[in-house]
Design a protein around this ligand. Structure first.
Ligand code: NAD
Length: 297
């Protein structure tokens, strides 16, 4: 099957291309390379270096495609807070453009949509925001969800997908890179934030399966919870690193005074009952393997 991947030159997209190729599908990539890299798209894959909001270019890229994985989005706290208007417009307009193709598809939303809710998060959990600008990404992704729902698309809400080739601006990739180089690891806030980390290769296998089952919205995350502090120690132990860990308050986390617009969510744990009913019991890659493979790249 010919399948369009918007944002396919990014971290998740690069792994999704590989998965689809091994399943004998024909991925077509459209990406404006704002955070993606052309090296993430192997030779021989049809690649359109275009903006997803350019409907003419998108239509051209989608010729013959029977499904769309819509990954294109502004991603990362610095980018979101650095230019909130561009982030909001990019997410909503790209999703609107992708929907206009009239092809079935899957939208990539985020666990951020749950906001500050610290309960175990089912797809029907309450969404809890404050007026801090940090939530503009979540709110835009949520509008994207509602847009795609109206056209019968599926939505996946991702909880920290990690692994080889991820940009170093994220906690997991940053810790692995620093530990691999025996550099100090900096934990922002108390380090008691609870998260799950899912190997990107597990995630793309799941996205492949989810293409052919019926649902509207589902969490995709891991079953193993860890605090950020524990993650730092697991990374150091797994890589036999000499790194030490220092804690720094959030006010020091970002340049340009982002501390006034940023706030963290202390606990973010997915309920995966719906996911496992859709894809069956999934055997996740152990975190230590993901750490070793990420360090090896
Ligand atoms: N990695 C995670 O843990 C995570 C968590 C929650 C949600 N997501 C979502 O998954 C998707 C992929 O994220 P990722 O981690 O691979 O990030 P990424 O930055 O590596 O990938 C995003 C890609 O979209 C491209 N892009 C952005 N705007 C575009 C536009 N207007 N037109 C064309 N291309 C555009 C970028 O160049 C990049 O290649 C995003 O929608 C993101 O919001 C990821």
């Amino acid at each position: 099957m010919k399948i369009l991947i918007t944002g396919g030159a990014g971290f998740i997209g690069s792994h999704l291309i590989q998965r689809l190729v091994t399943q004998r599908h024909e991925p077509v990539v459209l990406d404006n390379l704002s955070t993606g890299h052309k090296e993430n798209v192997p030779n021989g894959i049809e690649f359109h270096v275009e903006d997803c909001r350019n409907v003419k270019a998108l239509k051209n890229a989608s010729k013959g495609c029977e499904f769309v994985y819509h990954l294109a989005s502004t991603v990362g706290v610095e980018k979101v807070l650095g230019n909130p208007r561009e982030c909001i417009e990019n997410i909503i307009e790209s999703t609107h453009a992708a929907l206009s193709l009239g092809i079935p598809g899957m939208d990539f939303s985020t666990s951020e949509v749950y906001g500050k809710n610290t309960k175990i998060l089912t797809e029907d959990s309450e969404l809890v925001y404050s007026s801090k600008a940090r939530w503009s990404y979540a709110a835009s992704k949520l509008i994207g969800e509602w847009l795609v729902k109206s056209e019968g698309w599926k939505t996946v809400r991702l909880f920290n997908i990690v692994g080889p080739k991820q940009n170093l601006g994220y906690v997991f990739s940053n810790f692995v890179n620093r530990a691999a180089n025996n550099e100090t690891i900096t934990v922002y806030g108390t380090g008691d934030q609870v998260r799950t980390f899912t190997d990107v290769r597990d995630a793309v296998n799941i996205f492949d399966t989810l293409r052919s089952v019926d649902f509207d919205v589902v969490n995709v995350g891991g079953t193993h919870t860890t605090t950020v502090k524990e993650l730092a120690n697991t990374v150091i132990g797994t890589l036999n690193s000499n790194s030490n860990v220092v804690s720094v308050p959030y006010s020091k986390a970002y340049a340009k005074g982002f501390e006034d617009v940023f706030e963290d969510c202390l606990v973010r744990i997915p309920d995966l009952t719906r996911l496992h009913a859709l894809v069956g019991a999934y055997k996740y890659t152990p975190l230590e393997n993901t750490i070793r493979d990420t360090a090896a790249v």
